[in-house]
Design a protein around this ligand. Structure first.
Ligand SMILES: *[C@@H]1O[C@H](CO)[C@@H](O)[C@H](O)[C@H]1NC(C)=O
Ligand SMILES: *[C@@H]1O[C@H](CO)[C@@H](O)[C@H](O)[C@H]1NC(C)=O
Length: 300
């Protein structure tokens, strides 16, 4: 065990014990989603806190540092979900990210699936940006507005990942469908297992109105809150166990999960009509000919 993990575990264990002692018998079990069971802090422990019962995790950004955590385990395929409440008030320049990645560092050969929440001035809408990386290359951004204020309450952000598609969900509504055409060397990350990460950092060089809005440090610290982490996926153990097969009995690998259901298609059509504000597949200035995957139908 690494040193920083041990340092983390003591206050959390204490919090867990206190919660056991103080909580009524019906209190939620700490075992499944507890922080220390699932995660390590990546950097700046002092910017990480939990609620007394250990169920809510807070990441804060101040002028000196942001903060991040990652799963101890890697996974290949499954359903990955977390409830987030984003920095409220004036959060221009602040980015909260929730993502999956094959590597701990920004490796030049990493695969990555991103949710990024781009803060804004008070009363102006947050944007949610998604992106897909394969072997270190990204550039697959989409941006959506949300149909609620993500700073008011917790909402669920999830990824379904299998050999056929990657679907980004907000409160179980599919906002983005990214398909695999199954061709060799295509732009679909499906070979390498990924960790799940979350972090908060200052990105006022690009995030809000293209970098025009700067972070107002008088409003620091900026805090994003997390709870109810859940994974229903294949946990990876080197060198290469059960997660290899794409024909397992796991629901996320089964035929109904290879495409949207009828009711998901209705939701997705609504998202496409109302919420998309940027799609790299439509950006002719940036890409003179659209990327190969842009031709794949999300409806099949
Ligand atoms: C992945 O990227 C690395 C570094 O950019 C490159 O050398 C390698 O050929 C790439 N691999 C594939 C399979 O494209
Ligand atoms: C912030 O608010 C402005 C004004 O409403 C809007 O144009 C912009 O898309 C919003 N989001 C970001 C991330 O800039």
């Amino acid at each position: 065990m690494e040193k920083r993990v041990i340092k983390m575990a003591i206050p959390l264990l204490f919090a867990a014990l206190m919660a056991e002692i103080l909580a009524p018998a019906s209190a939620v079990s700490l075992s499944k989603g507890s922080f220390e069971d699932n995660f390590d802090i990546m950097f700046s422990e002092s910017n990480f806190k939990t609620s007394k019962d250990g169920q809510i995790w807070f990441l804060s950004l101040d002028k000196t540092s942001g903060c991040g955590f990652q799963t101890k385990q890697k996974y290949r395929f499954g359903w990955f979900s977390m409830r987030l409440k984003l920095v409220g008030g004036d959060s221009a320049g602040v980015v909260t990210a929730y993502y999956m990645c094959t590597d701990v560092e920004a490796s030049p050969t990493r695969d990555e699936l991103d949710f990024e929440f781009l803060g804004n001035r008070t009363g102006e809408p947050y944007l949610i940006q998604t992106n897909v990386y394969k072997n270190g290359t990204g550039g697959r951004e989409m941006r959506h507005v949300l149909w609620f204020d993500p700073t008011e309450d917790y909402h669920t952000y999830s990824v379904l990942w299998n050999a056929h598609q990657i679907v980004f969900f907000v409160d179980r509504v599919p906002i983005r469908v990214y398909k695999n055409n199954g061709k060799p060397n295509n732009f679909f990350p499906d070979e390498k297992p990924m960790y799940l990460f979350s972090s908060i950092w200052n990105a006022d060089d690009w995030a809000t109105r293209g970098g025009l809005e700067k972070t107002d440090w008088k409003k620091a610290p900026f805090v994003s809150s997390y709870k109810d982490f859940s994974v229903d996926g294949c946990q990876w153990e080197d060198p290469y166990p059960a997660c290899v097969s794409t024909t397992t009995k796991n629901w996320w690998d089964q035929e109904p999960s290879w495409h949207l259901s009828d009711s998901q298609k209705k939701d997705y059509a609504w998202v496409k009509r109302n919420l998309v504000i940027y799609d790299y597949c439509q950006d002719a200035q940036r890409y003179t000919s659209p990327m190969e995957e842009c031709d794949l139908s999300p409806w099949e």
